[in-house]
Each structure stands twice: as structure tokens, then as C-alpha cells.
Ligand binder design. Sequence first.
Ligand SMILES: *[C@@H]1O[C@H](CO)[C@@H](O)[C@H](O)[C@H]1NC(C)=O
Ligand SMILES: *[C@@H]1O[C@H](CO)[C@@H](O)[C@H](O)[C@H]1NC(C)=O
Ligand SMILES: *[C@@H]1O[C@H](CO)[C@@H](O)[C@H](O)[C@H]1NC(C)=O
Ligand SMILES: *[C@@H]1O[C@H](CO)[C@@H](O)[C@H](O)[C@H]1NC(C)=O
Ligand SMILES: CC(=O)N[C@H]1CO[C@H](CO)[C@@H](O)[C@@H]1O
Length: 491
Amino acid sequence: MEGEGRVSWMKYGPLVSLFVVFFAVWFRSPHDAVLDDRLDTVLSSLLRAEGKVGMDNVARPKVAVGFGGCVDLIVDGITLLNKIGLPPTDQPLHHNYIENEVQLAESFAYFFAPGAAAERFMLNDTLFSELVDAARDIPGNRWAVGGNAPVMAGRMATEGCDILLGGSFSPDFTDVLSEHITVAGNIVEEPDIHLILEYPAGASWGNYTSRRANRYIVHSDDHNPYLDSMEDFAEKLQDFNPDLMVVGGLQMMDNFPFQAGERDALFSRLSALLSSSSPTIGVHFEMASFVEESIMEDLLHYVIPHADSLGMNEQELPNLLSLLKGSNITVLSDPNPRVATVLDQMREVYRIVNHRSANVSGERDARGAPSKPLTRLHVHTLAFQAMIVTRGSQWKNTMSATAKASLTANRHVCGSDDIDPSKARLIMDDSFSVSRTEGSQRIPLQETRPVSCWDEDNYEICVAPVLVCTEVYQTAGGGDNISAAGLVLQI
Ligand SMILES: *[C@@H]1O[C@H](CO)[C@@H](O)[C@H](O)[C@H]1NC(C)=O
Ligand SMILES: *[C@@H]1O[C@H](CO)[C@@H](O)[C@H](O)[C@H]1NC(C)=O
Ligand SMILES: *[C@@H]1O[C@H](CO)[C@@H](O)[C@H](O)[C@H]1NC(C)=O
Ligand SMILES: *[C@@H]1O[C@H](CO)[C@@H](O)[C@H](O)[C@H]1NC(C)=O
Ligand SMILES: CC(=O)N[C@H]1CO[C@H](CO)[C@@H](O)[C@@H]1O
């Protein structure tokens, strides 16, 4: 019976295959055509939403951006690991920092399979140099200006702002920056290098297959952790008179072997700088992959109280929330969270941060400096962009800014300003629930009005779907490009 069955299958196999193919084509093409139509409509609607507001062309907005920067060496992660002969581990493990090859393999495996963004300090200089040397001659590698501050500065300069950038760079680094960027900081000989291990969705390493495209970053900075551009930046800030201040790159201090008291002094200085700026100047803080609990505490005490606006991804949001609620760091969260989950987390962060800043302690931070309410929260995920903005606050054009953030996600990841719908996919559902609370309203995704905005309490929420890029050029720096693009329309 069995044999017979197999024979007849084999005999008719080709015919059956043809049939299957025929049906696949028959069923798929109208469906794909509908999808393509839908994608085209979402794209043109997002472009319209983005274009609704221009920048006030009277004068270029002035934005001060700190701190630090680096040269990114971008390689295919698996190619690099294979090249150095690092075998896949059978034990994915979280490490706060990396000291040797085994830890590198374990840490990489931990984030690679779920496809979660991660960034770790490498304490071992020898290993770091070996990796960089190996990466130098991997075909297809690229060097790029990196670090949160320079990338955000670059994006904002491109979008029409004048920038004061705080960072200590080498002369050839400064040379490649936009003419609209003025650098404040020291001159260094050798720039810090960050090694970016990119991987596409479906890449495999040993038994592991990545669920989505992302990157794993290792760094071993000498300059950035010390925020050594801060003095010069503070001085030049007076004359520059910015409309907005943006702070990022602080994760370079995470797990860095500082001398006792050194880091506290830096945070104290930073807090003084932020609180000395005029209260009318917006301050945006871009979160990052932090794993050291004490540095997260420092952020809560010295930085976040002075920020009017926060930007972060789907990993950083639950991490911050967990800490605000007095729990531990969460190193790994769902890389593809639902809208309802993210919005609930955002509401909670917004509520707790504002509650803290308005708390009886006289609205003072750890240094006794007055703190500001949080009026803007932007979360960038693979599938969608979400913003909470306080009604009546200084932030304008939230709808258009959310659309721009969404378009920038595709432009960045695909590496092209022109969005090609054939290289994009909508992965957000046809409708989303505004909260995980039972009985919450569902909002349909309308192709002609893809950005959904509504009011709650004292704030407005906007959600925009992302046209997820399917031919990934680069994921690193995505959050910075997206956050910066969103901010530009809101100054
Ligand atoms: C891969 O999976 C096989 C079978 O489950 C297992 O025996 C092996 O140890 C795994 N190898 C690694 C490197 O995880
Ligand atoms: C640092 O890395 C090198 C090269 O992989 C290795 O030989 C050495 O044992 C590592 N050092 C430590 C402290 O793990
Ligand atoms: C939180 O961290 C502490 C110290 O690292 C650890 O002892 C504790 O088990 C952790 N708690 C949870 C819930 O993970
Ligand atoms: C607010 O202040 C009260 C009293 O000092 C304190 O118990 C509470 O923990 C504070 N809440 C937050 C969120 O900091
Ligand atoms: C990959 C990509 O498009 N990244 C961009 C992020 O923004 C900087 C600054 O504008 C660009 O130089 C990058 O090309």
C-alpha cells in the first residue's frame, strides 16, 4: 500500500506540482495585487502626511546634539564570526559586558535568534582589535559615521537644521560631517570604532535562525565614556542659543570600568548643563541598550528629570518601565510587540515619569535642580511608530512627525530616500487595539489615513504603520535617524 502510494505519487508528481504551482499563482496573484494596492495607498498617504507641514523656512532651527561619536565598521555578523572561527555556542546567555570569545558567542546567540537589537562593551582590548582586524577585510564591509549624536545630527542637518555637535573627533571624521554641523569638543588622533554585526531575517548560525533583521554591536571606546566634549559644548551652547537640545550616546558609559566617583561626577556635570539651559528649550533624550542597573538609576536621577522628550525602541521601553516600577533590568523583550502592549507601556512610563517630576520632593532632581514634566514620548518599533505628546505643549505637528518617522524607518533600513513599495511590507495588523485592557477600542488601519491620532487624558497619541523594508541595507543607526526625523517637524 505504502509503496504503491509512493509510486503513484511519483508518477503523478510532476503533474501535481504543476497543479500546485498553478493554484498558487491562481490564488496568490489577485491577493498580491490587493496587497500592492494597499501598500501603494499607505505609502502615498504617509508621504502626504509627511509633506503637510514644512519646516518654518524663516530660519533653520538650531539644535544642540551631544555626546560623542565613533566610526562604525559594518559587517555581516555571521561572516565575521565564521571568519574568526567562533563556533556557535549551545548556550545563549546574557552578559553585561564581553571579556572573551565564549562570552561573545553566548551573548550574540542570545539576541540573534529573537532578532533583538543589542550593544555591549568589550572589556578585552585584544579580542576587540582581533575582531576589528578580521572585519577590515571582509568583502562588503562599510565604514560610516556612527554614534547616536552624529547620526541624529546628520539626519537633522539633512532635514534643514543647524547643529552644534558635542563630541571629540579626529580631523577626518569632522571633514565628512555636513557643513551645517559645528563641532564642539577636543580633537583626537584615533576615533573610537564600533563594530556592527548586521544580520538579515532568516540568517542562520549553527542551530539559530534570526527572526528579524537586526544588529549586535560591540565597542571598546577610549573617549566616548568620558563625555569629554561636555565642557566645550557647554561653552559654545551660550552663543549657539539652540531651539532644542538632544542628548544620546550615554550608553557608552554602561559597564565601562570607571574609577570610583568618576561616573557620578560626569552625570552631575551633565545634569547641571541640562538644567542650566532655559526652561523653554526642549530637551530630548534618546535611550539606548543599557544593562547596568546603577547607570539606569543615574539616568532616572540626573537625565530623565530634565528631558521634555524621550525616544526609544521596543527593547528599551520595557527596560525603562521595569526600572521605573522598581524591578530589575529587562535585557530581552519581544522584538515584535503589539501596538496595544507598547501603548500601555508608554502610558505607564508617561504617567510614572510625570508623577515623579511632580512629586513632593519639590520637583528637584538628585542634585537639587528643578525637573521638567515629560511632554513627548516616541517609541520606534519594526512594525509601527507611536508617539504620546502632551496637549498644549511646545511640540507641534505630531501626526506629520509620526508619518515622517515611519517613512524614515524604511528609507534608513533600505538605504534609499525613494521608497520602493516592492521592497516593503506592512506587518502591522489590519486593526489594532488601543490597550490590552478588555473592551478597549479597536482602530482599523485605513490606507488613505494611515496615521491614527486620538486624545486621551492630557495627551494625544499617534500611531503610524511602518512600511517594513524587506531588502535590508542597514539596521544600525535606524533609531537615531527615525527619532531625529520625528523631532525635526516638532520643533
Ligand atoms: C544543535 O542541535 C542539535 C540537535 O538538537 C544538538 O545536538 C546540538 O548540540 C546543537 N548544537 C548547538 C551548537 O547548539
Ligand atoms: C582576551 O582575548 C584574547 C583573544 O581572544 C584571549 O586570548 C584572552 O584570554 C582574553 N582575555 C581574557 C581576560 O579573557
Ligand atoms: C533582580 O536582580 C537581583 C540582583 O541582581 C537578583 O538577585 C534578583 O533575583 C533579580 N530579580 C528578578 C525578579 O529577576
Ligand atoms: C513620591 O514621593 C513620596 C513621598 O516622598 C514617595 O513615597 C514616593 O515613592 C514618590 N514617588 C515616586 C514615583 O517617586
Ligand atoms: C542607512 C541610512 O540611511 N542612514 C542615514 C542616517 O542618517 C544619516 C545622517 O543623515 C545618513 O548619513 C545616513 O545615510
